[in-house]
Ligand binder design. Structure first.
Ligand SMILES: CC(C)(COP(=O)(O)OP(=O)(O)OC[C@H]1O[C@@H](n2cnc3c(N)ncnc32)[C@H](O)[C@@H]1OP(=O)(O)O)[C@@H](O)C(=O)NCCC(=O)NCCS
Length: 171
């Protein structure tokens, strides 16, 4: 089997200075702030490293979150207990360096984040994402995310719909 082109691993001593996804606030956050948020346990961060060049090609962040049940799309509410809120995992940021965009890496990191959320020892009902602009909203909708009611630019997808597919990998 041929070697995969990227390794996905927790952010460590990687060189972050050259990373550019085309959105300055995301680049700035990744270069200057993410380490501090990790130290303070505000977020976890995972990077995709290009095996050929050792460059960071993309990253995403994960944090614990909570969703008010009233904000969920109606179709998700049916089988839930009568709790006011449900636990979730937030993908706060996800970005691919311009040099690596359009090659499927954004999808790969999104699936990796969902897989990690399903495999975690602490249960979460859904993944939510904070989309930074209309293009990001379109990216997440393309992957089956729906808008959270009354919370602009936040989208949601329940994890149960992926759990069965991922259980095949774990069998
Ligand atoms: C949005 C982003 C993560 C996409 O990453 P990417 O590696 O270029 O995307 P991929 O090559 O994995 O695309 C996978 C699929 O998503 C689709 N897609 C990509 N960007 C899209 C967009 N803006 N709108 C709709 N669909 C999109 C692709 O057409 C592709 O579809 P297919 O699998 O049916 O062929 C990347 O462009 C990026 O980092 N942008 C700047 C930062 C940003 O907006 N981050 C998200 C919010 S925090």
């Amino acid at each position: 089997m041929s070697e995969l082109p990227f390794t996905i691993e927790p952010l460590g001593q990687h060189d972050r200075s050259g990373f550019s996804c085309g959105r300055d606030p995301l680049d700035h956050y990744f270069e200057r702030q993410v380490s501090q948020d990790i130290r303070r346990r505000i977020t976890a961060c995972y990077v995709a490293v290009c095996n050929a060049s050792n460059q960071v090609a993309g990253f995403y962040t994960l944090s614990a979150a909570q969703i008010s049940v009233t904000q969920l799309p109606d179709r998700f509410k049916k089988n839930l207990p009568r709790y006011p809120s449900v636990p979730a995992v937030r993908i706060g940021r996800l970005a691919i360096d311009i040099k690596f965009q359009g090659q499927g890496l954004g999808s790969t990191l999104l699936i990796n984040a969902i897989y990690r959320s399903i495999r975690a020892d602490i249960a979460a009902y859904a993944v939510i994402v904070d989309a930074k602009d209309d293009a990001a909203i379109a990216f997440y909708r393309h992957h089956g995310f729906l808008d959270l009611n009354a919370q602009e630019r936040t989208l949601v997808v329940p994890l149960a719909q992926f759990a069965k597919a991922f259980s095949l990998f774990d069998a």
